[in-house]
Ligand binder design. Sequence first.
Ligand SMILES: Nc1ncnc2c1ncn2[C@@H]1O[C@H](COP(=O)(O)OP(=O)(O)OP(=O)(O)O)[C@@H](O)[C@H]1O
Length: 908
Amino acid sequence: MSAVLGVAVLGLGLSALYALASLGIVLIYRGSGVINFAQGAVGLCAAYIWFELHINQGWGYPAALLIAVAAAAAVGALIHIGLMRQLKSASSLARTIATLGLLISLQALVILRYGTNVNVVPSALPTGAWTIGDVTFPQDRVILISIAFALSAGLWWMYRFTDFGRATSAVAEDQTLSAAVGVSPDVVATVNWALGCGLAALAAILVAPIITLQASSMTTLVLAALAAALIAQFRSFPVAFIASVALGVGQTILTRYTTQPGLAAAAPFLVIVVVMIVRGQAVPLRDHVLARLPAVGTGRLRAPLVLAGVVGTIVLANVSSDAWTQSFGATFALSLFMLSFVVLIGYVGQISLAQWPLAGFGAWVAGRLGASQGMPLLPAIVIGILATVALGVVIALPALRARGIKLAIVTLGLGTALELMLFQNSTYTGGLSGTAVQLEIAGWNFDAGTHPDRYLFVTFGAFVLAAIVVTNMRRGLVGRRMLAVRTNERAAAALGIGVRSVKLYGFAVAAGIAALGAILFSFAVGIVDYTEFSSFHSILYTCLAFVGGIGFVSGPLLGSPLAPGTVGTQFGTVVLSGVATYLSLIGGVVLILSVLLNQDGIAKDLATSVRQITSRLGPRHQPQQSTVRRQLADDSADGATRTRTRVRPSALAVDRLSVRYGNVVVVDDVSLAVRPGQVIGLIGPNGAGKTTLLDAVTGFTRVASGRVTLNDDDMTRCSPVFRARAGVSRAFQSLELFEDLTALENIVAATDPTSRSCYLRDLVHPAPLKFSAGVLDAIREFQLEQDLDRPASELPYGRRRLLAIARAVANGPSVLLLDEPAAGLSGEETRELATVVRRLARDWGMAVLLIEHDVEFVLETCDELVVLNFGRVISRGAPLEVRNDPAVVAAYLGGETKVPSPSKELRR
Ligand SMILES: Nc1ncnc2c1ncn2[C@@H]1O[C@H](COP(=O)(O)OP(=O)(O)OP(=O)(O)O)[C@@H](O)[C@H]1O
């Protein structure tokens, strides 16, 4: 036991590093809402300033330490003022990318100046030991953890009891409100950034004597502090401290007692994964903020551009020198890898930072099969790709419960674990001398060194093929599903789109593409060094894909030249002699600039210019819209004014349903039933539990007791997707439109959500859109003919609301749930909507349950009303009876006939 304790005590040095770094991460998050991935890089720079002053220039330890910490604090303040403040209204994704850009730039700076050597530095702390019983306590560890403890206690006190701490909490709660009460969010954020970065510096300098000073490993070490910050939910200093102690000590014990190399180093990252899976939500909550993701291309591959590419490649292979040809080949291979980002981040919206290590796994499988089993290249590549697809699906599992930045953290954790446990283990990889491979199929060698022209043709061909597959997918049914999931998971689930299947599919396809790209890139010259498959490179490539344009197939071609080993390196070496060395730094800086200036990437501008030029040559052809217009026109020529859609009649019953949030009962023992052809109104004051009841009926919230049945089939425990497919559809109070899609695409997103064949078929041949009678009837009912080709985000509010309802009815649901359908509509629009709702019940045969505050609308539309107050039914019956019920008048209606309630979207 005392032996274990003795080892555990040694871990306190690492614990102190994690504690100080995670306190900094928490500080910055509380002050500005940004998760600073560059925390380690800032600490690294500060540690090297201290190293330069103290070791190289001979300054005293305290002076060097002070200057370095002050410099880091100043850098922190500058980062906020110069960068983060400009990104205040940008999505959290953009802000994260900016911190990743900082990470890349700062680490590149240090490597440029000091290289990647390991520097052993002396400690200023006493190196003796105290002994208590059988256990020896190294003095430096004890002092370090005491400093970390004192700082976390001090920060806890400061943020709880001082004005500045309260101001930070106010900013964390609500930036606009805190500005209104006289606290400047900017000042608060700047100070927190300075303090957070100062702490990173202190951590790196104090712990450097224990862990040594090295450019690449320090950043990864501090990334592990994310695990502690995550456990503390980016809020609590004491929890961050305790988690850091547990992680540092646990990791040291693992190092001592396990034989699996890399497991101990990977432990914090595995903790991240477990925490995120446990804390994650299968369906995002109502208050989930939708991040604006970069723009997405149309998926049309322009034949003249492809032809120009073919001609250009042939010319290049014949006229350029071997070095240039090889570098172009490498650029296509890396672009092919980066196409995986277009699928995963661009189309499905899943921010993965594990793509490069994941792709490396495919290269490793293929390489080892060739090197150790003598397997020919082609089958080895196929097996490598299949293995990567399988691993991609495993990596996708956390994505089912984490989203946005949290997913970025989980995947970073998984990628780093893979790097530490596999790629840095020379027993598995052949070490620095690497694995020998041969790019040869059926005796035809296309090694980049000996046959650069062949290598160029193969990589170009593979890129074009993959681009065709990706664009096919974008234009097909599966592409629309992907965009729906990316834009709004709740709305997608409510339409019956299998959110999980779409995510798993996206991860699988992206993994396959990534593996092929990585194999062609890393096998180029016969020796594969697997240590290249690092998290740092993964971050770099993800960021370059953003620079190029992550939603466009041309994006990778525009972003990849900034990566080392590509045509950018060749250009930097030959044309601008010496610039190649600065490529990582240039990449980081370009990334920061592009986050500031153009978050959609260079490809977006290029696509806009191409569209402008082609539109001058002739009108744009929009096959989908012309088809639907033709069908609508044919219908009106036939005199088809009445709907042709009759839905499958089903009755919804809610039986003694209760929902609790914590100790509060929000819906209390509510029963109601809606039959086909009937419209039931659910009314009551704000906060009465009406939307929560709809959430419970559609599966978006857990019920405490009671049942929800459709035609007597119990659905209480079924997923939202299952209920939607069973015929329960919903239009949200907050609209939840797919903002990136056009009105038509929004409506057809719900069409045929159960087909699985499209997952394979669309890769080869995206089937043309079929417009069901429901789609056409929905367009006609809500008079959306003129809005079909406009993006949802550009429609005026009233049209947006109608579009949200049209989308909910397009698939012909048996039960339709409407949450404040008339909110934000003009008087005339409201009257028209009342008629349409009646028609949906009478002509389409739907059972309609609607929540509405507009009492006139309710009286006009509903057959029966149910009134909720504090979650309980206080009255029910025919509209006029309920209108005059004294209990209802007292609790809700008062003397008014119309209770204004701006919709939640308007309130925002
Ligand atoms: N995820 C949640 N966690 C905790 N409380 C919640 C959650 N969602 C809703 N509530 C609370 O449940 C109560 C009922 O909210 P709900 O939105 O269902 O009311 P409502 O009748 O639809 O109100 P409104 O007419 O304003 O939309 C409110 O007090 C709300 O704050």
